[in-house]
Design a protein around this ligand. Structure first.
Ligand SMILES: Cc1ncc(COP(=O)(O)O)c(C=O)c1O
Length: 382
């Protein structure tokens, strides 16, 4: 049986175009971009071309693009830098209850250093309201960090409104756009963001690559010290092939976004419609404001991990909504935040689709999941 991959929010396969663009830099074009001879200039030019391409994909200028080694690194850099830059103004940061751990754990680190963090509540669909944000801003607020779209339930936040408020109130605004980039149109100007994080492997780019957009005029403290790479702000020899691959994949994703999203949306609608026929099941996240590829559910009286393990036995890759830490299954902070009742909190399942999925795969999954749920609930086994 061939594998059915429905965990694209976790990672994606590498695009063929991205691989082709990377190959020369993994083989014959191995010059160091920091050297002055022409062999090194080939690598340097490739990095700068990639920077231009990434900038144009998100409505930025090339000098506003910094390459990193992950979305996590971009989030860490943005948040810690804002804290350091603005420390004389205050130590209050606003975020939401449903951020990725790359943001939450960075904020917990800052809390230990004396910063105060306000976590905005989300509604049952996972959204905050602009009014809540307005009310939370104080004279000592130095940063608002709110994700563009959530990785577990796919909810899209009202980012442009948040950006307007942040700008109006003179507070720096960072958004973790790791799940959104390549899947939703991103325009840093209309979003009014000061910093925005991207990760290559969420849109068919290579793993271990990322981008931090930093608005012109905002000079962040250096992330690493050493050489002059990334205009001295992130020292370390560039991952030339990774950078080239990220840019190629992002360009491809942006060019094909409309067509891909139409196909993906049709498949996820069919999936949602079919799965919601299972008794005591519900869709999690916002019905309207959601990433096209994320179909996330909660089932009463079953463990999400058990569903995932049984799907795995059938060659289907999916993920549950909870993280497994030190042997105890902690329910997901996102599902807790949207107020899922206790009986469904552990029964989360996320199926995240990409353009490589097919309608046939959807039908197979729709046949298997009801059987799995019935079996786990102690009904007839198949
Ligand atoms: C919303 C969000 N932020 C950050 C990250 C981390 O990105 P990376 O895997 O590139 O470190 C992820 C990865 O799942 C994510 O979904």
């Amino acid at each position: 049986m061939s594998q059915i991959y429905m965990d694209n929010a976790s990672t994606t396969s590498l695009s063929k175009n991205a691989l082709e663009a990377m190959m020369p830099f993994l083989t014959k074009e191995y010059g160091n971009p920091s050297t002055v001879y022409s062999f090194g200039r080939i690598s340097k030019n490739a990095v700068e071309k990639a920077r231009e391409n990434v900038a144009s994909a998100i409505g930025a200028m090339p000098q506003e693009i910094f390459f990193t080694a992950s979305g996590t690194e971009a989030d860490n850099w943005a948040i810690k830098s804002a804290a350091e830059l603005e420390a004389s103004k205050g130590k209050h940061i606003i975020t939401t209850e449903i951020e990725h751990h790359a943001v939450i754990h960075t904020l917990q680190y800052l809390k230990r250093k004396g910063y105060e963090i306000t976590y905005l509540n989300v509604d049952k669909n996972g959204r905050i309201s602009p009014e809540q944000l307005h009310a939370a801003i104080r004279p000592d607020t130095i940063l608002i960090t709110i994700m563009t779209a959530n990785n577990e339930i796919g909810t899209i936040m009202p980012i442009a409104e948040i950006g307007c408020i942040a700008r109006e109130r003179g507070v720096l605004f960072h958004t973790d756009a790791v799940q959104a980039a390549g899947h939703l149109p991103i325009d840093v100007t209309s979003m009014k963001v000061d910093m925005l994080s991207v990760s290559g492997h969420k849109f068919k780019g290579p793993k271990g690559t990322g981008v931090l957009y930093v608005r012109k005029g905002l000079k962040l403290p250096s992330n690493t010290h050493g050489g002059g790479q990334e205009r001295g702000q992130r020292a370390g020899t560039e991952n030339v092939a990774g950078i080239v691959g990220l840019a190629a994949a992002l360009n491809e994703a942006v060019s094909n976004m409309q067509e891909n999203n139409m196909k993906i949306k049709n498949m996820s609608n069919r999936l949602i419609e079919g799965i919601l026929k299972i008794p005591d099941s519900q869709l999690t996240g916002d019905m309207v404001n959601r990433l096209p590829g994320i179909a996330s559910f909660a089932f009463q009286g079953v463990e999400g991990e058990s569903i995932v393990l049984l799907l795995d036995q059938m060659g289907i890759c999916a993920s549950a909504g909870s993280a497994c830490s030190s042997g105890s299954l902690e329910p997901s902070h996102v599902l807790k935040a949207i107020g899922l009742p206790h009986v469904t909190l552990r029964g989360a399942l996320r199926l995240s689709l990409g353009e490589d999925n097919s309608e046939e795969e959807i039908e197979i999954v729709l046949e298997k999941i009801p059987q799995i749920i019935a079996r786990l609930r102690g009904g007839p086994s198949y």
